[in-house]
Design a protein around this ligand. Sequence first.
Ligand code: PMT
Length: 399
Amino acid sequence: MLKGKHIVLGITGGIAAYKSAMLARLLIKEGAEVQIVMTPSAKEFITPVTLSALTGKPVVSEFFTANTGEWHSHVDLGLWADAMVIAPATACTIGKMANGVADNMLVTTYLSAKAPVFVAPAMDLDMMAHPSTTRNINLLRSYGNHIIEAASGELASHLCGKGRMQEPEVIVNELIAFFNKSQSMKGEKLLITAGPTYEKIDPVRFIGNYSTGKMGYAIAEEAAARGAEVTLVSGPVSLKAQHPSIKVIHVESARQMLDACKEAFPQTNIAIMCAAVADYAPNVQADKKIKREKDEIPVINLVKNPDIAATLGSEKKDGQIIVGFALETDNEQSNALDKLHRKNLDMIALNSLRTPGAGFGTDTNVLTLICKNGFATELPLMTKAEAASQLLDAICRIK
Ligand code: PMT
C-alpha cells in the first residue's frame, strides 16, 4: 500500500523508541523506502545499527560524519520525503518543532519538509497533560501536521494514563489511509465558496447572515488533504485555512464573490457552492454613517444580488461539476430539488434549520445529498469534517 513512498522516520529519545524498529519494519513491508533520522538522545534508547540493518540505509543523526566530514543535507531529506513520521515524539522535540528550535538534524529536517508530517507523541501522563504540551501539539496541528493521538495504558513509570505511543500497526494504517485519500483527488481543481456575504448599508452597517464558514472550510481542508488544488472564495469569517495548498480569496459582498468565482471557474473541475450568499443588497450604499433622525425612520430599498451558483451553472462545460448547498426551513426536499434544476447543478447538499445540530455555526451537520436523477442519500449527524469527507466521496462517485 505504500509502494515507492519515501518515508523519513524521525525517532526521539523516549522509551517507546524500541517500537520504532517494528514501525520501520512494517513500513518497509508495505513497500516504503525508509530513512531514519534520530536525535542524539534517541541513541540512548535504541542503537542506529539495529535500525540501519532494518532499513538498509545508514541512520542520519548528526549534521556531519565526524571522520569523513560528509555533510548530511536536511533540506535534501526534507524534499525527498513523501511523508515524515516522528515516532515517538517526546515533549522536548514537540516543543522544538512547535517553536522552530532547530538544534538537531531531526528538527531541521522537519522544518525543511514539504511533505505531510505525522507526529506520534509518547511521554508520561503528567507531561502529556501539561498545558505547555497541549499548546505545542495544537501549534503543530495549526501548521497542518497530523497528530496520531497517544494511547492510554501502563507507562514506563508504571503509572496508568494517556501517553503511550500508538502501536506501529496503527501508525502504518493511518499513513495508508492518508495516501489512499490524498491520491483520490490528485489533479482535481476545486473552487469552493464559504461563509456569509456582507452587503453594505453605510460604513458601519451591513446586511449579513449567521454563516461562520465552518462547513465550507471543512470541505476545503478535506479536499486539500486528498491532494486537490483548492481555491477557496471566502466571505468575512474568523477562520484561517490550514492546508498549504488552499488558495484563499477574501471577499465581502455577493458581487465580489461572483467576480472571484467567474475568474476561477474556467480552471475548475469541481465547484462547491457552500457560501450563504445574501440574495438582496441595499440599492445605495451611504458613504457616511446614516444618522438617527428624530422623527424619521430611514427606508432601505433592496436590489436583487446575482445568483452565483446559477451563473456558473449557465457557463458549465462538459467535465465540470457544480455542487450546491440548500439551506431550508420548510418543504426541504422539493425546495432543494428545485434549486438543483434551476441552477443547473449536478448535486445539492440539503441541510435544514429544523434539524438539531445542522446548519449555521455548529461543528456538526446533517446533510441529504441529492443527485440530478433525484436519488437522495441521507447522512446522519456527524462533524462538519466528516460531512465534508462524505460529500467529497459522493462527488467522486458521480464524476
Ligand atoms: O458556514 P456555517 O456556519 O458552517 O454554515 C454552513 C451553511 C449552513 C452556510 C451551509 O451548510 C449551507 O447550507 N450553505 C448554503 C446556504 C444558502 O445560501 O443556501 P440557499 O438555499 O439560499 O442557496 C442555494 C445555493 O445557491 C447555495 O449553494 C448558495 O451558495 C447558492 N447561492 C445562493 C444565492 C445567491 N445569490 N448565489 C448563490 O450562489
